[in-house]
Design a protein around this ligand. Sequence first.
Ligand code: NAD
Length: 337
Amino acid sequence: MAIKVGVVGYGTIGKRVADAVAMQKDMKLAGVTAHSYSFNTEVAKQKGYKIFTTGEDDLKLNGIAPDGSINHLLDEVDVIVDATPKDIGRDNIEKLYKPRKIKAIVQGGEKHKTTGTSFVAQCNYDEALGKDYVRIVSCNTTGLCRTLDAVNKKYGIQSVHATMIRRGADPGDIHHGPINAIVPVLEMPSHHGPDVQTVLHNVEIFTTALSVPSTLMHLHTLTVDIKKKATVEEVVELFKNSTRIRIVRNAEHLRSTAEIIEFARDLGRLRGDMPEICVWQEAIGVISNAHNKLLYMQAVHQESDVVPENIDAIRAMTGFKDAQKSIEMTNECFGIK
Ligand code: NAD
């Protein structure tokens, strides 16, 4: 029987998760919520999604008849994916999902302690098996975990230093972002390092971060002290053979985040999304002397890399044990090879 899924918070992440759920053969999208009327609601209606209200009832004024309140949606689901802004997911677990014994996934704006389980499918799928509440880590943490997990499994990691050069705002966001500044995160480490350890528990990592005036992707630079000697060719093969990681090359003219997003559009990806973490082949380097170091740069599409993770978490929480199979099923609908 299909897993019945509802999406609460139909914004940047929620609308992508809703579309992904609707594409899974083993899931049924029970509906999405509208906090207030917007173009998102119009698109959801056009797609035939049921719409349930959580806020101002201005839908009817704008010609959309809602299918009920959020309570009606909660009556119809096995799992809720909550993609509301920071802290609301935490409150919703206590107020809405726990009293009704509904399993729920929250996003990276929430703290690890909200669920006690933080998730990146290829790293720790089994930790979410049968769980009632799971947190999908942030876009940056997802990107760090995917590539570091591959490196850790092959070479063993002594320690990591990573710097996150973050996009100032999402493309549709008119409220945030530096316009003419580079804004450093003035705390050491930035929150990303400790967040990686909620998934990769034994990896020693220190992170720093800054924001720049761009909307397209984040860019990470990593220096990894590894336990064994590596070659660049080996690392390229490692990333090529790791799921949800894509090697991109100067030779393809994929030299920037802008060109990667243009590539995703040309591939015909829904919304021009690039859920894979893109590692530049020419920016992989190794230093082999007394200490073995691996250096690389990667781009992270903040709006989409966490979306496949939500789908795999739904399966894990509802008892689907085969991580590899779940990842394959999810990848297929995103066109990830
Ligand atoms: P968003 O602002 O784009 O969307 C949030 C949606 O929730 C909006 O549609 C809003 O109307 C709705 N909403 C607000 N209050 C609500 C309430 N009380 N009940 C129901 N719906 C409500 O936000 P987003 O960027 O999609 O972020 C959602 C979560 O995903 C956050 O935890 C964020 O940290 C995380 N996240 C965001 C990104 C990103 O780059 N945008 C990446 C990874 C993770």
